[in-house]
Design a protein around this ligand. Structure first.
Ligand code: SAM
Ligand code: SF4
Length: 326
């Protein structure tokens, strides 16, 4: 079957699959008041997840990231990893987590087939970590990262949302921390979402600030690999770890887009910041609906726009990233 392509020649081989909107943290840029249920949630079941994975694998998906909300809060999280791992066409299974359950489960998840893990750590200062995430769990998350290194994950990525006047002076702490650890720290520029206009105005900072500091300190901008997606990566001969920058407001950010998203309620999102989601759930109920599902994916890809409109402050339907999966 033919790969998923859009009208701009971009090929989509990376799926971010959200499995829950629920989260136990209250990150100030995401869910400052914590998760607020809207009625009884009906998140994707394991059988529905299996059908999504099969359909996307048939049209060229090679990498699948399980996200949320906090994906590890699902009791069947390990079964979900196994379901994805059962599909040989998926070469890389990744997750993004707040690290809350990592210490206890890193090995089990690795054994189930998980290979890439991104842990969100917005500050290496425990008090500031608490201030940003609403949870006093810094040490637990750090022990989780150690457990992931022990479990065999070769390289772990740590996501830090870059926040003016909060963690923008933390670069030296992260640099020291990376010296002897094979970890990639990625600063993600704060993205404006529907609910957080004032927060965005107060705390958005361009990743260019970090880029200049890194270059001044001898970090080298690496030539991007095809699998890097939109991240810009930096390495240094004296450091085991690396830095990455994700700058959605930079020109050309969308040119290399290779990812699609499916929300925990079974909606296809062609971009984090545009349309309201295309329902797939009616075609996830039986195995014999796969051809129809694939036809819908191909058809909808024509709707994908060349770029988001974040520069104009148009944030689409995304109230916060926990609702689609970051
Ligand atoms: N709960 C998990 C976690 O925090 O890692 C996974 C879901 S979270 C929505 C995925 C990623 O999106 C996290 O690294 C988080 O820091 C990032 N994120 C959330 N809101 C954001 C925003 N407004 N701008 C940039 N990144 C954001
Ligand atoms: Fe939860 Fe992740 Fe959002 Fe923080 S960023 S509130 S951990 S979903």
């Amino acid at each position: 079957m033919s790969d998923l392509l859009d009208d701009f020649g971009r090929k989509f081989n990376y799926l971010r699959l959200s499995i829950t909107d629920v989260c136990n943290f209250k990150c100030t840029y995401c869910l400052p008041d914590g998760y607020q249920p809207e009625g009884k949630p009906h998140f994707l079941r394991l059988d529905e997840i299996g059908r999504i994975v099969n359909a996307f694998a048939k049209v060229g998906t090679k990498k699948l990231r399980i996200t949320g909300g906090e994906p590890s809060l699902r009791k069947d999280f390990t079964d979900i990893i196994r379901t994805v791992a059962d599909n040989d066409a998926i070469e890389t299974i990744a997750t993004t987590t707040n690290g809350y359950r990592l210490e206890k489960h890193a090995k089990t998840w690795f054994d189930a087939g998980l290979r890439h893990i991104n842990v969100s750590v917005d500050s290496l200062d425990p008090r500031q970590f608490h201030q940003i995430t609403g949870e006093n769990k810094f040490q637990d998350v750090m022990r989780g990262i150690d457990a992931a290194l022990d479990a065999g994950f070769e390289r772990i990525k740590v996501n830090a949302v870059l926040l003016k006047d909060l963690n923008d002076s933390d670069l030296p702490k992260f640099t020291d921390w990376l010296k002897d650890r094979p970890i990639d720290v990625r600063f993600i520029e704060l993205m404006e979402t529907g609910l957080h206009h004032n927060y965005f105005k107060a705390h958005h900072l361009s990743g260019d600030v970090i880029k200049s500091r890194l270059l001044a300190q001898g970090w080298l901008h690496q030539v991007p690999k095809q699998t890097d997606g939109p991240a810009q990566n930096f390495c240094h001969p004296d450091y085991q770890g690396r830095f990455g920058l994700i700058m959605p407001y930079s020109n050309d950010f969308c040119k290399t887009c290779n990812r699609l998203r499916v929300s925990s309620k079974g909606k296809l999102h062609l971009c984090l910041f545009t349309e309201s989601g295309i329902d797939l759930r009616d075609l996830l109920q039986h195995d014999n609906q796969q051809d129809e599902l694939i036809a819908r994916l191909h058809e909808q890809l024509h709707q994908k726009k060349a770029t988001h409109d974040l520069h104009q402050g148009i944030t689409g339907v995304t109230k916060h990233l926990a609702s689609i999966g970051g």
